[in-house]
Every structure is written in structure tokens, then in C-alpha cells.
Unconditional design. Structure first.
Length: 296
């Protein structure tokens, strides 16, 4: 009898349902005051949706973590991003509009841009526009580093463009706060193609952000993304030489040095170097000389 009771108790333990997971998010669904319009992007941690705020009457970008990552460390990541964003106030940093839980989902709402820089790089970007974007991105990076925040995942997908020509750096989900000047150990989290070599090995510093930003700028001006081991000549260099002054090319190449000690020490130094060479960055197109010959 006791044996039967133990088996029944064991079966009940096995079949006891786990806490319910939040239902999948669907287009046209209502989450609190937000109505989901469409999915914009999906990453390793979360999905971003275009949503409509039915109270404020505004369109927003709504980040929602994946269901299978909902508990534990994912919640910590999302809370850390919210607290960082709440402290950062800069015209070129994507601001936080709201953070809340609705129906088991953790929601982060930010202003809705027109597109990401990655979308814009799908077709040719003129050097003058690239120069304007570079100035704004470097202002955002310098500000973050002034606040001792290392972004850790700078890439075109995380740079949002708005209708007024403004650029805003977003997605501080894996950012780290450094209280000292040196490197700090980390998980090596980042995006393949833009992560600095030392960051991939778990050593995160301001110079890691300089490298990732340098690759974004190099791609904007050259139309190509260098790949490991970044052997010379880098792809797209011929285009750089046609359009840019040698001093500006040197600025780009120093930013993406494999040896971190040869890079700019942080975003502040990188922005200052950019400002010194930006005014004469673009080569002027050659104009044909007027003919001085005489007709015979």
C-alpha cells in the first residue's frame, strides 16, 4: 500500500505543471497600452516590434525578451539596460520612454526611428552623409564613455536613424560600467564581425568600443567590412583613397588596429581626433582644366 502511495505521489510530482510562460506576442495584439503593429527585428536576446501607444497616441519601438530567456539572467540584463538608459541623456543616445511588465512580458519602449543604419547601408551612402552620421555616432560614444559606460555591442543594427537626420545609439543591454581606467573581465558577448579581438577573449575596455565603432565608420565610408585577421590591404581601401584625405584614412585605420594599445584610448579621444581631421576629410572632385590651345 505504501509502495502504491509512493508511486502515485511520484507521478503527481512528475506531472505537476510548471509556472505558465507568457503567451507568444502576435501582430495586432494588445499589451497594456501598446498595440503591436509589426515585427521590426529579432536578436539573440529579444524581439523588437513597432507598436502604437494608445494612451499617448505615439508610435514606439517595443523590445520584448524571448520567451525561453524570460526568467533569471535575462531579466537581470533587461533591468540593467533600463537603469542605464534612465541615466543617459544625450541627443544621440536612444532615450527610454517606458519600462514595464504586462501579461508576463517585460517591455522596454523607445522612440521609433525610420530605420537602422544597417538598413541604410543596404545601398550606397554618400561621403558627406557618412561624415554627418560619423560625427553624431562619435558624440554618442564619447558621452557614454564620459559616463564610464562601455556599450560592448556597437554595430549598424544598434544605430537608429530618424526623419530629422538624427542618429541615435541604442541597445545598451550588455553594456558595462567601468570605474577604473583599465580593462575589465567580461563574458566576451558581442556581435561577430564587429567585436574587438580582446573583447572576444573576455577583456572589455573603452578601446573595445573604439574598435567596433571604427569598423562601423570604415564600412560607411568604404562600403566594405574588414574581416579577421584584418590583413592589409583592407577591402574598400581604393574607394577611401578616391574620396577621403589621407589623414582621415589614417584616423579610420588607427581606430581598428588589432593591437588595442595602438587605438584611441576611448571614445572621447576618438571623437577629438575625428574633429581635427573632419573639416578636410572629403577630397574635392577634380575639375577639368580649361583648354588653352588655339585652333589652327
Amino acid at each position: 500500500m505504501r509502495s502504491l502511495a509512493r508511486r502515485v505521489s511520484s507521478q503527481r510530482a512528475i506531472t505537476t505543471p510548471s509556472p505558465a510562460e507568457p503567451a507568444p506576442v502576435r501582430v495586432r495584439q494588445r499589451l497594456g497600452k501598446y498595440r503591436i503593429r509589426k515585427r521590426l527585428a529579432e536578436g539573440g536576446f529579444a524581439t523588437v516590434y513597432h507598436a502604437y501607444d494608445t494612451i499617448e497616441g505615439l508610435h514606439v519601438a517595443l523590445k520584448i525578451p524571448h520567451r525561453h530567456l524570460f526568467a533569471g539572467s535575462m531579466n537581470d540584463v533587461m533591468r540593467r539596460e533600463v537603469r542605464l538608459l534612465a541615466k543617459l541623456e544625450h541627443p544621440n543616445v536612444l532615450p527610454l520612454k517606458n519600462a514595464t511588465r504586462v501579461d508576463g512580458h517585460f517591455l522596454i519602449a523607445t522612440p521609433l526611428g525610420e530605420r537602422s543604419l544597417d538598413d541604410r547601408l543596404g545601398y550606397r551612402l554618400g561621403p558627406q552623409t557618412a561624415l554627418e552620421y560619423a560625427a553624431q555616432l562619435l558624440d554618442a560614444l564619447a558621452y557614454a564613455h564620459e559616463q564610464r559606460v562601455v556599450h560592448c555591442d556597437i554595430k549598424p543594427d544598434n544605430v537608429i536613424l530618424f526623419a530629422d537626420g538624427r542618429l541615435r545609439l541604442g541597445d545598451f543591454g550588455i553594456a558595462k560600467v567601468l570605474h577604473g581606467a583599465g580593462s575589465r573581465s567580461g563574458s566576451g558577448t558581442g556581435t561577430v564581425g564587429y567585436i574587438a579581438p580582446e573583447q572576444a577573449m573576455g577583456r572589455v575596455s573603452f578601446r573595445s568600443d573604439v574598435f567596433s565603432t571604427g569598423l562601423v565608420l570604415y564600412r560607411m565610408f568604404s562600403g566594405a567590412l574588414p574581416e579577421w585577421p584584418f590583413a592589409s590591404p583592407l577591402p574598400g581601401r581604393a574607394r577611401l583613397r578616391r574620396n577621403l584625405d589621407p589623414a582621415f584614412i589614417a584616423f579610420l585605420e588607427r581606430s581598428i588596429e588589432v593591437d588595442e594599445k595602438k587605438r584611441y584610448r576611448d571614445g572621447i579621444a576618438m571623437r577629438n581626433a575625428f574633429q581635427r581631421v573632419a573639416a578636410r576629410a572629403l577630397r574635392r572632385p577634380r575639375t577639368p582644366r580649361a583648354s588653352t590651345g588655339t585652333r589652327g
